[in-house]
Design a protein around this ligand. Structure first.
Ligand code: ZN
Length: 238
């Protein structure tokens, strides 16, 4: 069911794919769990499987942080999503919530890949706006896929290549050949994209001018928050 074609890079909306996973696959995995003697290892295996599926349907690589994988989709750990036996469920739910909160806090502290995600609040059960707002058309989902990789810091740029190859490859941008290619350079300063970028930034600027308090765009620009604003535009309202 969740074959190789079911992911964002092929144009399938991750929200639809997640729904299929939650509706068809999870109940099968967890069938009869209330009366079965599941070990910690079994749960861990299920959890890993779900992490893998959540990454796959978003077209994200395996190095994506766990919390980032879940928060992008608005999914939560597998054991928080089912069984129905109330007596069993309540204490487990509490424990899972505590575990999730701990994991979220620790990942946001320690992982540089989380810097562009909205980290002011812990994940709630709704997908990130990148997946939530994307129309269900192949081209739009493919565009959102690039944004999802940029926001989770898994879109491979030259600075990543330099890190992965321990310096064998240069971190210099291959397009303008002047500076280190990181997310900021790629989105904001690379001269090779200037013409294209200016077109979009002027639209964004005039939209903000008409819909937000005076000077919002300038303040964002001055404070070096443009990358965050482009990838995660709701941050400014929070
Ligand atoms: Zn460049």
């Amino acid at each position: 069911m969740l074959g190789p074609g079911l992911h964002a890079r092929k144009g399938m909306s991750p929200i639809v794919a997640l729904k299929k996973w939650q509706t068809y696959a999870i109940p099968r995995c967890l069938y009869g769990i209330e009366i079965m003697n599941y070990t910690k290892t079994d749960i861990l295996k299920l959890e890993r499987l779900q992490q893998q599926v959540c990454r796959q349907i978003q077209g994200l690589p395996t190095r994506t942080a766990n919390a980032a994988t879940y928060v992008m989709l608005g999914a939560q750990e597998i054991m928080n999503s089912k069984p129905t036996e109330e007596i069993w469920k309540r204490p487990v739910k509490k424990a899972i919530n505590m575990h999730w909160e701990k994991q979220w806090l620790s990942e946001k502290e320690n992982k540089t890949t989380m810097q562009y995600l909205d980290i002011n609040q812990q994940p709630i059960r709704k997908p990130h706006q990148i997946w939530q707002l994307v129309p269900y058309t192949t081209i739009e989902v493919k565009k959102a896929d690039i944004k999802a990789r940029l926001i989770t810091r898994t879109y491979t740029l030259q600075s990543d290549r330099e890190k992965f190859t321990r310096g064998r490859e240069s971190d210099k941008c291959l397009l303008c050949e002047t500076s280190r290619e990181d997310t900021h350079h790629f989105l904001i300063t690379c001269t090779a994209f200037k013409m294209e970028r200016d077109k979009h930034l002027s639209v964004l600027k005039s939209y903000l001018k008409n819909n937000t308090p005076v000077g919002t765009f300038d303040r964002v620009e001055e404070q070096g928050l443009l990358v965050l604003f482009i990838l995660n535009s709701s941050f400014y309202s929070s």
